[in-house]
Design a protein around this ligand. Structure first.
Ligand SMILES: NC(=O)c1ccc[n+]([C@@H]2O[C@H](COP(=O)([O-])OP(=O)(O)OC[C@H]3O[C@@H](n4cnc5c(N)ncnc54)[C@H](O)[C@@H]3O)[C@@H](O)[C@H]2O)c1
Length: 390
């Protein structure tokens, strides 16, 4: 067994043995997609075979890092290759629909980064094309696949804190200063909206726990930073969500703020359940939950299960796997985790979440967020689901 280049002072990442039915992956869009291209060394059920980008510099940079792979600026050329089983899409939001449909038509399964799509037409189109071509899709909801969020989920699924049925309130946010992003990716100011680009994280996290959302009530506005960069939509959102049976959640986003990362991580998921409370954080890689703490009870008269706030911190152990010891916040580990999970589900023929239908449903919730903020009225999800064919 080999190891990914080892950075002293960190835990080495083993290169796992390749599964005999491992899926060949072609990556489209080599900025954020470059992360997956490199991260697949951590996987056994998928392996990188090709990369594609219109931009020659991006192509050359990835080629320099993986000279063994096939690179092209032409998407059709990558889709035509027999060794590409699976296409992973990391192009600007507004192009996802087109790129997903082309992959389905070419007989490929798809990983698409969040947000799955950002228009009603594209949502209907990918659903129809995926069903007609019999292909599968996973939305790369990176937050779900980060260490603390995985552990939090496993605890709830295992019945801790009253289990999934015991959840009484879901509270998620994604806040991030984004002026740097407008300079790097000008499409973010005019071709999408933060209801999709940013809110895809907290909305997906809330939906992950609440199930099908029935109605949203959202407020939104544009920050001074957003306006300064010519943002056409809103970059501040506060959203309340509810299900048919009255369970409730809250999602919040701010993309023109001055951050206080020590006080509040950029992505957090707080679950208030009947038997306890838990918090997963990105990117400090902490999982915080109510007790019990380790060791025997001391005779104070308090129940140790109720008084302890347990902090599990994976940053030091996990930073090479998740961040490649680069900037605090790169996505190597999460991307590897979801690619491995999807590859495994394709090999075993099992379901993977969030898949095509769930992803389109979450798109409808984000669309409702945008409409609710525009109209200053609650918006029901059912008519949108019907319109896209769900
Ligand atoms: N946490 C996450 O999962 C995460 C983080 C950041 C970005 N994203 C998502 O990833 C996507 C890309 O974001 P980014 O920051 O990399 O944007 P970017 O603008 O930096 O990069 C997009 C790349 O796609 C290429 N491209 C565009 N059209 C193409 C085409 N037709 N064929 C080939 N290449 C094409 C561009 O040349 C560019 O290199 C967005 O949808 C964004 O929302 C997800």
């Amino acid at each position: 067994m080999g190891f990914i280049e080892h950075i002293p002072g960190t835990r080495p990442i083993p290169i796992p043995e390749r599964h005999p039915e491992s899926k060949g992956v072609g990556v489209l869009g080599l900025h954020e997609g470059r992360t997956l291209l490199l991260a697949m060394e951590r996987c056994s059920s998928v392996h990188a075979v090709a990369g594609c980008d219109l931009n020659e510099e991006k192509l050359a940079a990835s080629k320099g890092e993986r000279p063994d792979l096939f690179f092209t600026p032409k998407y059709e050329e990558m889709l035509g290759r027999d060794d590409v089983d699976l296409v992973a899409i990391y192009t600007p939001d507004a192009h996802h629909g087109d790129h997903i449909c082309k992959a389905f038509e070419a007989g490929k399964d798809v990983i698409v980064t969040k947000p799955i799509v950002n228009s009603l037409e594209d949502a209907a189109r990918i659903l129809e094309t995926g069903r007609r071509c019999g292909r599968r899709l996973l939305v790369g909801q990176s937050s779900r696949f980060f260490e603390p969020f995985q552990r939090q989920r496993r605890d709830l699924e295992g019945g801790k804190f009253g289990g999934l049925c015991g959840i009484e309130l879901v509270d998620a946010h994604y806040i991030h200063r984004m002026d740097w992003y407008y300079r790097k990716s000008p499409w973010a100011t005019t071709e999408t909206d933060w209801a999709f680009l940013g809110m895809s994280h907290p909305v997906d996290l809330v939906r992950w726990y609440l199930g099908r959302v029935a109605e949203v009530s959202a407020y939104g506005r544009t920050s001074a930073m957003g306006a300064e960069h010519g943002l056409v939509g809103r970059d501040i959102y506060v959203v309340n969500l509810t299900t048919e049976d009255g369970r409730i959640g809250r999602a919040m986003g701010h993309y023109g703020c001055h951050e206080l990362p020590r006080a509040r991580n950029c992505i957090e998921l707080m679950l208030y359940a009947s038997g306890g409370t838990s918090l997963a954080q990105y990117h400090d890689m902490r999982y915080v939950h109510s007790g019990p703490a380790g060791g025997p009870a001391v005779p104070t008269g308090f129940d140790p299960a109720e008084m302890a706030e347990v902090v599990e911190d994976y940053l030091y152990a996990g930073r090479q796997y998740y961040f490649n010891s680069e900037v605090h916040g790169m996505h190597y580990g999460e991307f590897a985790n979801y690619a491995e999970y999807f590859g495994r589900s394709l090999i075993d023929g099992t379901d993977a979440s969030p898949g095509l239908e769930e992803g389109v449903e979450t798109y409808c919730v984000m669309e409702a967020v945008k409409r609710s903020a525009q109209r200053r009225k609650p918006v029901a999800i059912a008519p949108l689901l019907k319109e896209v064919g769900l």
